[in-house]
Design a protein around this ligand. Structure first.
Ligand code: AMP
Length: 215
C-alpha cells in the first residue's frame, strides 16, 4: 500500500504528475479539483454551491472539502494505495487529513511565480476528459483538440489572470504552515517542477525509490 500527497502552486503539474505516478502502480488518483469540476459540469447541488468560488480562484470551505475527501476515500477502491493532489491546501485540512490517514510521502513540486503565470496562460483543458494541454510546451497534435480523446480544448474558468493571482496568494499563505505540519510527521520530497513532465516524474520516482515510469 502506497499513499502519497502531491502539492505545489497552480500549474506546477500536480495533476499530470499524480496521473503518471498512478499509471503503472495501480494507485487511485484523487483530485479534489477534478471532483468539484465534475459536480459543476453535471449541475449537482454541490456544483452549484462551489461554482462561483472556483471561478474566482478562491478556496472552497474546509468543511465541504474535508467531507468530499472523506467520502472519496471511504469508497476504498484503492487496494494498492492512492495519490491525492490539490489537498490539503491549508492547515485545517492538513490536520483533518493527518488525524485520519498516514501517508508515505509528500511530493512538493516547486515552480517560481513567473513560470506559474506563464504556464497557466498557455493551459487548455479538455472539456470532455479533463486532460490538460499546454499550447507552448506540449501543443495538441490537432489544434484545439485533446490528444487523448479528441474533445474540445477550453480555457479553465479559474485560469483568468485575477483568479491565478488569488490562487497564488492562497498558495503562499498556506504552504508554510501545511509543510511544517507534514515535515514533523511524513517524508517531504522537494522536486523541481520546471523540466518536462517525464523528467519531473523520473525525479519523483527516484526520490521515492519507486520503479521507473513506463508509458
Ligand atoms: P485544482 O484543480 O486543484 O487547481 O482546484 C480547482 C479549484 O477547486 C480550486 O481553485 C478551488 O476553488 C477548489 N479546490 C480544489 N481543492 C481544494 C482544496 N483542497 N481546498 C479548497 N478548495 C479546493
Amino acid at each position: 500500500m502506497r499513499k502519497y500527497v502531491v502539492m505545489g502552486p497552480p500549474g506546477s503539474g500536480k495533476g499530470t504528475q499524480a496521473r503518471m505516478l498512478c499509471h503503472d502502480l495501480g494507485l487511485a488518483h484523487i483530485s479534489v479539483g477534478a471532483i468539484f469540476r465534475w459536480h459543476v459540469a453535471n449541475h449537482t447541488r454541490l456544483g452549484a454551491r462551489v461554482r462561483r468560488v472556483m471561478a474566482e480562484g478562491r478556496l472552497v470551505d474546509d468543511e465541504t472539502v474535508n467531507r468530499v475527501v472523506r467520502e472519496r476515500l471511504d469508497l476504498h477502491d484503492w487496494n494498492h494505495g492512492f495519490v491525492i493532489d490539490g489537498f490539503p491546501r491549508n492547515r485545517a485540512q492538513a490536520e483533518f487529513f493527518l488525524e485520519r490517514y498516514d501517508v508515505d510521502a509528500v511530493v512538493l513540486l516547486e515552480l517560481p511565480d513567473e513560470e506559474v503565470r506563464r504556464r497557466v496562460r498557455a493551459r487548455r483543458r479538455c472539456a470532455r476528459c479533463g486532460r490538460d494541454h499546454n499550447l507552448v510546451t506540449r501543443p495538441p497534435r490537432a489544434p484545439g483538440r485533446c490528444d487523448a480523446c479528441g474533445g474540445e480544448l477550453v480555457v479553465r474558468e479559474d485560469d483568468t489572470p485575477e483568479a491565478v493571482e488569488a490562487r497564488l496568494r492562497d498558495h503562499h499563505a498556506a504552504f508554510g504552515p501545511v509543510l511544517e505540519l507534514f515535515r514533523g510527521k511524513e517524508r517531504v520530497l522537494e522536486v523541481d517542477g520546471r523540466p518536462d513532465p517525464a523528467t519531473v516524474q523520473h525525479g519523483i520516482r527516484d526520490g521515492l525509490g519507486l520503479p521507473p515510469y513506463r508509458d
